[in-house]
Design a protein around this ligand. Structure first.
Ligand code: MIG
Length: 818
């Protein structure tokens, strides 16, 4: 026996018995059928219930004290539905399934303590509780625990924003929203808490969502490779298992998870443009000057941001009378230049009698109270502040009402910061002055309304931020019903995607941070939060010209593209690193604008299906072992593979091509077979980018902002080599007419010799003007449009691209004879 095995055995023996106050659920004493749920009364006095949300989605609840709380969740977009239940008792086991449906099954064993297994529609295993470590709880502290069995090669993905590799096997993850300034590689407990993960075994996917808002912890095989474990500091176990139907794809699992927790509504088109931010943009003349400079330098820009500097003494919903004396003029100037303006709004309201916002909140009774019932106070930017209780529907309505001010000012979007919540550690307080200091947030015994389930901060901490984003979103929706709100939040919990985009907080200027930004963003994406971005260049510190340029390039096709930096750093606009870098930085932003029609359509797809615009390779290629753990490449939709340079000094890099498709180099048309690896050229001015053979994407000429798009024609770029079908979604770019038929979807069918378009009538959408075939080795012998030979089809041999001008939108088939 090796030392390691002995150590393992000893560890196993030590780990097995539960610590004193822990108790497991025990054997099943009674089985009740109440309506659509099966409830099991256990020897410990606890109760567990099993129900089916749909034939392939199982819900399991455990109430340690035997009484289930009101069925309410901040994560869900609507109460979870239930299908009729079929219960079969087979000796010691009880089998549950959705009545009359071919779907998942749950097999519950009654002895010696309850254990259960979830099987998919084909009887394949999905999730099994550990019979040796049954679900357990600690009645003294309120903690709950669930242990699942794992196989040696099981992989996990998800848990939202973690500074950890994409594949989460053998990781430990803590979910506790933290103002994590200074975080680095390996950090968990960041700004977002999303207790949802995908499991993958042999390429078959499933998902689990532990809808519990307390501080929680996941051990995905780190301390024992044969088990994964979830623990929370309080509340119920409320577990949804997504069995993935017959196909067991990540897309299906995420589709089912987001059917439950909601999807990101289509953002306004302008929010997908380039956004420029910096802590310190003031005074108002400087802001207008910035917009002018972007236009003059021909660097596309859609949005500028105002950080906390715009306010009067950091009082939210005010303007500094000295730095922003005439915000109306400034905003009109910006709008005239096609630039939108987003302002930051923090939750802390200066406790300053006479300040109208504070007084109004006090009168409406919206503030969080401490354990003694007094208005909770803490120090943040304005000094002594009070905080709306966003878990109180009345406080949310009051906050939404405050949006009248920015709406009147014609502000275009709202940025919610510090909503973990994060406050300043008081001078002289014990403990380190780090994000982990317990005084960095509210005391755990502060009181919250909890939408009718009053509770303490320990229970509601993790939802504070998402409820703030919700109140902001709902207020904007109400006050400006014909425009799609843009809300950006730092903190969130499962379901935050219904209200807001998310950025990854205070990263730093290092190659390491550029590297971790990719799995951080894909982690959010596959956890239901698709509209995500990292501060380009890193928030704190000062990037080299090379790092900034590589970062902008790597971020160019990420969903939310914003440059941002701290006030005490050197300037960071795309032109500050000299002419050569300015040229390359401009080209990176231009690449995004060329592909904006495609990116926009992906957001529509995300709203319709839950599939995110930015994806780890695993999401589309779950059966490709080599793709499973790739952290430095990502997919944009199912058509584009992006392999940015994220190491210093590199001018080439190895690219892993996902198996199952060929990939065509965007720049020179080289074909790479799926499943292979190749070293590709990546000089400083190139973002390695590949189009999947069989796919086509809409592109457009460079514009300076999205307001210029309506009049430029689209070019559909087609990668031949496989049969395929792509769609191009178009609508007005803002407003809600798209929900009532105000949109069109163009279809592009591909085969080996060309494409066939199906183009619905054009009610003012961008015209389809050109088609480009990428990856041709030589000019074709002839090009025909609906059988008629065309001569206007130049071939660029170096790029292996053929460009065909379409006469108008009444085209069907474009055929190449080779
Ligand atoms: O204590 O508003 O993450 O983006 O620039 C710092 C100032 C508060 C933190 C945000 C950052 C923002 C900064 N804020």
């Amino acid at each position: 026996m090796s030392l390691r095995m002995i150590a393992g055995l000893l560890f196993g023996l030590l780990a097995a018995p539960l610590p004193a106050a822990w108790q497991n659920v025990g054997a099943v004493r009674e089985l009740h059928r109440d309506g659509d749920a099966a409830t099991l009364i256990l020897h410990s006095g606890a109760a567990m219930s099993f129900a089916f949300v749909s034939p392939d989605v199982v819900r399991v609840r455990l109430a340690p004290d035997g009484r289930f709380g009101r069925d309410f969740s901040y994560a869900l977009s609507a109460p979870a539905p239930r299908t009729a239940l079929q219960v079969d008792e087979r000796g010691d086991a009880v089998e549950l399934r959705s009545a009359g449906a071919q779907g998942a099954r749950v097999v519950v064993r009654r002895q010696p303590a309850l254990s259960f297994e979830v099987l998919d529609a084909n009887g394949r295993p999905v999730l099994a509780s550990d019979p040796q470590r049954p679900p357990a709880f600690d009645r003294d502290t309120g903690a709950v625990e669930f242990t699942g069995l794992r196989d040696a090669f099981d992989l996990y993905y998800g848990f939202g924003e973690q500074a950890l590799p994409t594949a989460r096997d053998h990781q430990t993850i803590t979910l506790w929203n933290t103002d994590a300034y200074g975080y680095g590689r390996g950090a968990t407990a960041l700004y977002q808490s999303i207790p949802f993960f995908h499991g993958s075994r042999g390429g078959l996917s499933w998902g689990a969502f532990f809808d519990n808002t307390w501080r929680s912890h996941f051990d995905m095989g780190a301390s024992d490779p044969e088990r994964w474990r979830w623990q929370a500091n309080g509340g119920e176990l409320d577990l949804y298992v997504f069995t993935g139907g017959a196909g067991r794809s990540p897309r299906r699992v995420l589709g089912d998870y987001t059917a439950l927790t909601g999807r990101t509504p289509l953002p306004p088109l302008w929010a997908l443009g380039y956004q420029q931010s910096r802590w310190s943009y003031k005074p108002q003349a400087r802001v207008v000057e910035l917009a002018r400079e972007f236009r003059e330098r021909k660097i596309p820009l859609d949005v500028l941001y105002l950080d906390i500097d715009y306010m009067d003494g950091y009082r939210v919903f005010t303007w500094s009378p000295t730095d922003f004396p005439e915000p109306g003029t400034m905003i009109a100037d910006l709008h005239g230049a096609g630039v939108r303006l987003v302002e930051i709004v923090d939750p802390g309201i200066k406790a300053d009698p006479g300040y109208a916002v504070y007084d109004s909140g006090r009168q409406a009774g919206v503030y969080v109270r401490d354990a003694q019932g007094a208005e909770l106070r803490a120090q943040v930017w304005p000094g002594e502040t009070a905080f709306p209780d966003f878990t109180d529907p009345q406080a949310r309505a009051w906050w939404g009402g405050q949006m009248a001010k920015p709406v009147r000012d014609d502000i275009d979007g709202i940025w919610n910061d510090m909503n973990e919540p994060g406050v300043f550690v008081p001078d002289g307080a014990p403990g380190p002055r780090t994000p982990q200091n317990p005084r960095k947030t509210f005391p755990l015994d502060a009181r919250h309304a909890g939408d009718g389930i009053p509770g303490d901060h320990a229970r509601y901490h993790n939802v504070y931020g998402m409820q703030m984003a919700r109140a902001t979103f709902e207020g904007l929706r109400r006050q400006r019903p014909d425009r799609r709100p843009l809300v950006l939040t730092r903190a969130g919990y499962a379901g935050v995607q219904r209200y807001s985009a998310v950025w990854t907080g205070d990263n730093s200027t290092s190659w390491e941070h550029l590297q971790i930004s990719i799995p951080m963003l894909t982690g959010l994406s596959i956890s239901g939060v698709p509209f995500v971005g990292a501060d380009v260049g890193g928030f704190s510190g000062s990037p080299s010209a090379e790092l900034f340029t590589r970062w902008l390039q790597a971020a160019a096709l990420t969903p939310f593209l914003r440059g941002h930096s701290a006030w005490n750093t050197p300037p960071r606009e795309p032109w500050v690193f000299g002419a050569e870098h300015e040229r390359i930085n401009r080209a990176a932003i231009e690449l995004r604008y060329r592909l904006l029609p495609y990116l926009y359509a992906l957001f529509h797809e995300a709203e319709a299906s839950g599939a995110p615009p930015m994806r780890p390779l695993w999401f589309d290629y779950p059966r490709d072992d080599k793709a499973a753990t790739v952290d430095d490449e990502f997919l944009v939709g199912d058509a584009l593979l992006v392999a940015p340079v994220v190491t210093e000094g590199a001018v080439k890099r190895d690219v892993q091509f996902p198996a199952g498709a060929d990939w065509i180099d965007w720049y020179d048309g080289t074909r790479h077979a799926g499943g292979t690896q190749a070293s590709v050229a990546a000089p400083l001015d190139r973002l390695p980018l590949f189009l999947r053979a069989g796919a086509s994407v809409p592109t457009q000429p460079v514009v300076q902002h999205t307001g210029e798009m309506a009049n430029v024609p689209l070019t559909v770029v087609v990668a031949l080599g496989a049969a395929g079908r792509s769609t191009i979604y178009q609508d007005a770019g803002d407003g809600y007419a798209y929900r009532d038929g105000g949109s069109r979807t163009v279809t592009v069918e591909q085969n080996a010799s060309g494409v066939t378009f199906s183009i619905p009538p054009n009610h003012g959408w961008q015209k389809i003007g050109f088609v480009e075939f990428l990856g041709l080795d030589a000019a074709p012998k002839s090009v025909r449009i609906d059988g008629k030979r065309v001569h206007d089809a130049p071939f660029d041999a170096a790029a292996r691209r053929l460009r065909v001008t379409l006469p108008d939108e009444h085209v069907g088939t474009v055929t190449l004879t080779r």
